[in-house]
Design a protein around this ligand. Structure first.
Ligand SMILES: NC(=O)c1ccc[n+]([C@@H]2O[C@H](COP(=O)([O-])OP(=O)(O)OC[C@H]3O[C@@H](n4cnc5c(N)ncnc54)[C@H](O)[C@@H]3O)[C@@H](O)[C@H]2O)c1
Length: 559
């Protein structure tokens, strides 16, 4: 066999399989598998209906869908009897198919810091048998309710210019077409995906109506919207189940149905449900909520720079302000914002105003939200400047310098790396010629780097905004801090994981084998620790921490 033939055979073999993050290999279903799968699902649905249970299909078992599916499957009535049979439905693509067999073993397809996720999924799949997953959309024909948890992205064309981006609704629209073609007429469709305002009524509902018309169904599709406020971390399940929800429906029946459904599956007794008149109000709630958060975080960027240049420690300023209960939710922004939602949601609103709702004056009315997102997206570039300056003060060049970034995820004590500020730090410093390594106790694989040619999709990696990025696919996330620091010239504390909060400067210098530059992105270092680093011959810089120079001067005076 020639090399070309064997390469194409390898590719074909690869195309037939889906690999889980743990490296398990699963063969994609073939044509013959669908009939058997249909029979399995039909039996499950028939049995559930015979026991008076509702069949709920959750489309998309990703970060949100997998856990929402388990929460619904865990629902019981006043007598403690399960009331729902849940079928998680997932595309059988090479990238995602593995989630189905993994979930069907009772194992969570999403890595969560919340121990309840694994326990609940295992309980629902193996004990209660109220949760299963499938690749076959045929399950939709048995559904009493369909929950849509597929992604809807906002694709930015430029780094630091959100206005040139656009909403990517392809997965959502495809899912809705499939749903419209298959569901029973009386099935409730609940969109939980964060969407551009107007999507439920002006994009999704027409898709379902058209499908119903083609099927000669005379009734109106029952369509509702209720966005997720899920927060990755140790309270993952509670952030879905024990949290305030907002919902609405396209007509009165859909509104009543979604109200009833959410009251059955969520803890609305302790966390009251808000029912809005129209889905655009529920959609706008989510977008405004996240744009507000992105804006107050971006607002501190200019004061962070002010502080650095004028001997002010912004961390102390914020703590002093937070003493006032009215200002107690101020958070220091760190090296950018990150996470799946805050960098994109304002973009969905800006985009919808023109492309769904038809207004041409978006640029004159939307001035704050785009600016906030642009500031957040580029804040991490300043960390590269601080690192360069700290190294220069120690007589080192950034080109060729060995730098360790501590913390790849977007927030403390979680393993979620989506759109993290750390990624921009690594990319910028790599562009400037630094030799980067990464430590993170919560992250096993940094997919944004390791699979940058294909993730989040071909051509969409942030690598496209920087030069010299090829080598980053080789980066592996290290777990042992003492080993990771060996011979390092600069360390960047990018995320306040608890592992980084009590580190002793003497240990850090000992593990590095030499004094090094220390960059504090989150106000992790106390004044005493900063002083000790200077005494050990290190250089220290920090976002928003202008008082460091003062500490340095006192240490140098005493030498
Ligand atoms: N992750 C969060 O922290 C978070 C927080 C609040 C809101 N949200 C919102 O929840 C929604 C879902 O986000 P996520 O983080 O779960 O995304 P995700 O990418 O982890 O999951 C989406 C899943 O849908 C699947 N999918 C796509 N098209 C499909 C189809 N046609 N049929 C079946 N499955 C399909 C994908 O393969 C994937 O598994 C988004 O709108 C997001 O903005 C997410």
């Amino acid at each position: 066999m020639s090399t070309t033939q064997s390469n194409s055979q390898d590719q074909k073999n690869k195309d037939n399989f889906s690999f889980s993050p743990a490296g398990e290999k699963f063969k994609l279903p073939g044509k013959d598998d669908y009939q058997e799968e249909f029979q399995r699902l039909k039996k499950l649905a028939d049995d559930a209906h015979a026991e008076d249970k509702e069949v709920v299909v959750v489309m998309g078992v990703g970060f949100v869908g997998a856990v929402m599916a388990a929460i619904v499957a865990d629902t019981v009535d006043e007598k403690g009897r399960p009331t729902k049979m849940v079928i998680g439905c997932q595309r059988p693509s090479t990238r995602s198919y593995w989630k189905i067999p993994v979930l069907n073993k009772g194992v969570s397809p999403v890595k969560a810091e919340d121990p309840e996720v694994d326990v609940m999924i295992n309980r629902c799949v193996n004990d209660k048998k109220s949760l299963t997953a499938t690749f076959s959309n045929d399950c939709l024909q048995f559904a009493d309710c369909v929950v849509v948890d597929v992604q809807c992205d906002y694709l930015k064309q430029d780094l630091g210019n959100m206005r040139t981006g656009e909403a990517d609704m392809a997965a959502l629209e495809a899912t809705l077409r499939t749903i419209g073609d298959i569901i029973p007429p009386e099935c409730l469709v609940l969109i939980e995906t964060t969407v551009a305002p107007g999507t439920t009524e002006f994009v999704a509902w027409p898709i379902l109506k058209k499908a119903f018309k083609k099927r000669n169904i005379e009734s109106e599709p029952l369509l509702a919207h209720s966005f997720e406020r899920v927060m990755p971390g140790r309270k993952y399940v509670a952030s879905i189940r024990d949290f305030w929800r907002v919902c609405s429906g396209c007509n009165e029946e859909a509104r009543n149905r979604v109200d009833k459904f959410l009251r059955e599956v969520l803890n609305t007794k302790d966390y009251p449900l808000t029912v809005m008149d129209r889905p655009i109000e529920s959609e706008t709630t989510k977008i405004v909520e996240n744009s507000y958060r992105a804006t107050i975080l971006a607002f501190l960027n200019e004061w962070s720079l002010f502080a650095e240049r004028n001997g002010v420690d912004l961390i102390k300023v914020i703590n002093a302000i937070k003493m006032r209960p009215t200002h107690s939710n101020m958070i220091f922004p760190g090296p950018g914002i990150g996470g799946y939602c805050l960098p994109k949601d304002g973009g969905l609103g800006y985009w919808a105003y023109r492309h769904i709702l038809g207004f041409e004056d978006g640029d004159s009315i939307f001035r704050i939200t785009p600016e906030a997102i642009d500031i957040n997206d580029t804040r991490a570039l300043h960390v590269a400047e601080l690192t360069r300056d700290a190294l220069r003060n120690m007589g080192h060049y950034i080109a060729g310098a060995s730098i360790l970034l501590c913390g790849a995820s977007y927030r403390q004590d979680v393993g979620d790396t989506r759109y993290s500020g750390s990624e921009i730090v690594v990319r910028k410093l790599t562009e400037m010629g630094a030799e980067m390594s990464v430590h993170d106790p919560y992250v096993d694989h940094w997919y944004e780097l390791e699979t940058q040619d294909t993730y989040p999709a071909p051509g969409l990696s942030w690598s496209r905004f920087f030069r010299n990025q090829q080598g980053l696919t080789e980066i592996s996330v290290k777990k042992k801090l003492s080993d990771s620091l060996k011979d390092v010239e600069a360390v960047i504390f990018a995320v306040p994981h608890e592992h980084y909060l009590d580190l002793n400067p003497d240990d850090i210098v000992k593990w590095a084998g030499n004094p090094l530059a220390v960059i504090d992105c989150f106000g992790i270092l106390s004044d005493d620790l900063i002083r000790r680093y200077f005494e050990l011959g290190c250089e220290v810089k920090g976002l928003g921490r202008g008082h460091i120079q003062r500490i340095k001067k006192t240490v140098l005076k005493n030498v």
